[in-house]
Design a protein around this ligand. Structure first.
Ligand code: MRU
Length: 367
């Protein structure tokens, strides 16, 4: 998307690759909205750390990062021994897959890359196929988000007030975003609407990232405390909810997304407000059979016990907020049952959760 900094507008992708330096280029998202900076990782281990430390985050963005990371690791291999190369690629795959467990996109993305690599006969061929496949994953992610926008924009009418949770914007993908794509497309069609961004504690991706994105794109918006949505719904101030997802079960339609999504879905159902989930095909898990089996990442308690911000000297600082002797529990995601979801906005159209499995061929299912 376009970013305007000090009066200059430039187009950026969240994730890119420098082939000469064999480096994955990432927007340092922990610094946003206070500083815009691109970093480059020097090897696949550093790329995996960038995912687990959340320099890059969001399902599609970590999918593309893992795809590039796999290519980066494969390209760093020296020699022509195919057996040793394959063992090395396995290690790279496992390291990147372990970086964050809930989103399925990194594993789907790396499987795409490995499938393409299998067509090469030499190490050199496999290395170059790996990079081409990673580039293709990133390009497809961007294309899918555009398509999500095209389909989802139909849901947005003039004057609507839309709630979104966490950041499923372009920073969570390679470009455009999933939950924000219908908003950007509706804006391009000249529609006026207002977005409420859930703050999204503990890491505040709504208050920092989504709000920054919407401000950059000049979309009318306000940040609300996570606990405010029920009140606004009760007063008729929310007409539509659009969120993203880190893993949608293709067999059941259950949706894993940032902690607090389930609460919003229950509230939306209570108030008969349409609740949509926007995803590219790489977010669908076709194998898993039960939402209870989705691995839910538990993050460090300090995220709950305090908060990061900018101090008066402009430096990034962590402040302890909670009672000093208390500990905290910090599950990063929850699972929303299919019956609470009005529809899934995909690159192939908008489907009921019960239709996803039937439409699996259209949605990229491979046997
Ligand atoms: O922990 P994060 O920031 O990587 O969480 C992912 C998310 O941003 C959300 O869950 C989002 O709604 C889905 S990712 C497109």
């Amino acid at each position: 998307m376009n970013v305007t900094l000090r009066g200059r507008t430039e187009h950026f992708r969240t994730v890119a690759f420098d082939a000469q330096k064999n480096s994955v280029l990432l927007i340092e998202q922990r610094l946003l909205p206070h500083e815009f900076k691109i970093i480059g990782t020097k090897d696949f281990r550093e790329t995996a750390r960038a995912i687990s430390d959340m320099i890059v985050r969001g399902a599609g963005a970590i999918g593309a990062t893992a795809a590039y990371g796999l290519a980066q690791g494969a390209r760093a291999f020296r020699g022509g021994d195919l057996k040793k190369f394959s063992a090395h690629v396995d290690l790279v795959f496992k390291t990147l897959a372990a970086a964050r467990p809930t989103a399925v996109d990194p594993v789907n993305a790396m499987n795409d890359v490995r499938r393409e690599m299998a067509c090469g006969e030499t190490v050199a061929e496999k290395q170059s196929l790996a990079l081409a496949a990673a580039e293709e994953f990133a390009n497809e992610d961007a294309r899918h988000c555009e398509e999500i926008g095209r389909h989802g924009a139909k849901l947005i009418r003039n004057g609507m007030k839309i709630l979104t949770h966490c950041n499923a914007g372009w920073l969570a993908f390679v470009d455009t975003g999933s939950a924000t794509a219908p908003m950007y497309a509706a804006q391009a069609q000249g529609k006026n609407f207002h977005v409420f961004c859930d703050e999204t504690r503990p890491r505040s991706q709504g208050a920092t990232l989504t709000a920054w994105e919407l401000a950059q794109q000049k979309i009318s918006h306000q940040i609300i405390a996570d606990n405010a949505a029920g009140h606004l719904m009760q007063r008729g101030e929310i007409d539509l909810v659009i969120v993203g997802s880190d893993r949608v079960l293709g067999r059941t339609g259950e949706v894993a997304n940032k902690i607090g999504t389930y609460t919003k879905a229950v509230l939306a159902a209570r108030h008969k407000i349409p609740f949509y989930v926007a995803i590219p095909c790489s977010t669908i898990d076709w194998k898993m059979k039960r939402g209870d089996d989705i691995p839910i990442e538990e993050r460090h308690e300090n995220e709950v016990l305090g908060a990061w911000g900018i101090n008066t000297r402009g430096q990034r600082e962590y402040l302890r907020v909670a009672n000093p002797t208390s500990s905290a529990r910090n599950p990063g995601f929850d699972v929303t049952p299919a019956e609470l979801i009005t529809g899934i906005i995909t690159p192939a159209g908008i489907f009921k959760t019960s239709e996803v499995w039937k439409r699996r061929r259209k949605l990229g299912f491979v046997d």
